[in-house]
Design a protein around this ligand. Structure first.
Ligand code: PEP
Length: 253
């Protein structure tokens, strides 16, 4: 079975103390994880070491950075390299979140470079894709997402893409309270898997976890995660509320 993942994206929210308290509260609640069910906390850079220490010893719980540089090292003031993340034992990096694409002009080509550096240092990308409202209204979302995947990922080898993690996040559903219907999510996830299968074969496409992101909350997680091609979620707002995130974790297949 593919890995089912509840990934929290804290974005630029919470102080370290609030983040630690959130995790303490979450650990007090009864959530259920196993080898196939994983939780990932996407925290701000300054907290990665502290949160990594806090979750030490908790099975199937990891941390993720929310970004990394597309350069390996050098005179890039304010940037954080993949090698730096590796040196503090961070296993995951969220790449290509729509907020980074929109506010920091990240392109598909630049993301391909980030993906490559992650592989070079052994970090696992959680690669985000998804269309804007105008693209959805024009009905061209499938080809738009396909292009994002092709330009950023299709140079990867079969070995690299096996077990990869993709997050489909329709921009119109992020932080808006508007969730894609479970049918819309399943339709796009099935499309993504079909595109991956056409390039890498069904066997490989079946190993790739495709998370849904966009206003996932306790009330809708079970139905969305229940879709055959949805392998969990990338969760913003609701991941900041322990009671909500516990229900979301327990809604994983
Ligand atoms: C996100 O930040 O990736 C996200 C999906 O946010 P929200 O759950 O708040 O829509």
């Amino acid at each position: 079975m593919r890995k089912q993942i509840a990934a929290a994206n804290w974005k630029m929210n919470l102080t370290l103390q609030q983040g630690e308290q959130l995790i303490d509260e979450l650990f007090k609640t009864s959530y259920s994880l196993n080898e196939n069910r994983q939780v990932v906390f996407g925290t701000p850079f300054p907290y990665l070491t502290a949160i990594n220490a806090k979750i030490a010893g908790k099975a199937n719980v990891s941390v993720a950075a929310q970004n990394c540089s597309d350069k390996k090292s050098g005179a890039y003031t304010g940037e954080t390299s993949v090698e730096m993340l590796k040196s503090i034992a961070i296993p995951y990096v969220i790449l290509g979140h729509s907020e980074r694409r929109e506010y920091f002009n990240e392109s598909n080509v630049q993301l391909a470079q980030k993906v490559d550096i992650c592989f070079e240092y052994g970090l696992k990308p959680i690669f985000c894709c998804g269309e804007s409202l105008s693209i959805r209204e024009a009905g061209t979302q499938n080809s738009f997402v396909e292009e994002q995947l092709k330009e950023s990922l299709f140079h990867l080898t079969t070995e690299q893409i096996t077990g990869f993690v993709i997050a489909y996040e329709p921009i119109w559903a992020i932080g808006t309270g508007k969730t894609a219907t479970s049918e819309q999510a399943q339709e796009m996830h099935a499309h993504i898997r079909k595109v991956l299968a056409a390039k890498y074969g069904n066997g490989v496409a079946d190993t790739i976890s495709i998370l849904y992101g966009g206003s996932v909350k306790a009330a809708n997680a079970k139905e969305i995660f229940g879709q055959p091609d949805v392998d969990g979620g990338l969760v913003g707002g609701a991941s900041l509320i322990p009671a909500e995130f516990t229900v979301i974790i327990n809604s994983l297949k």
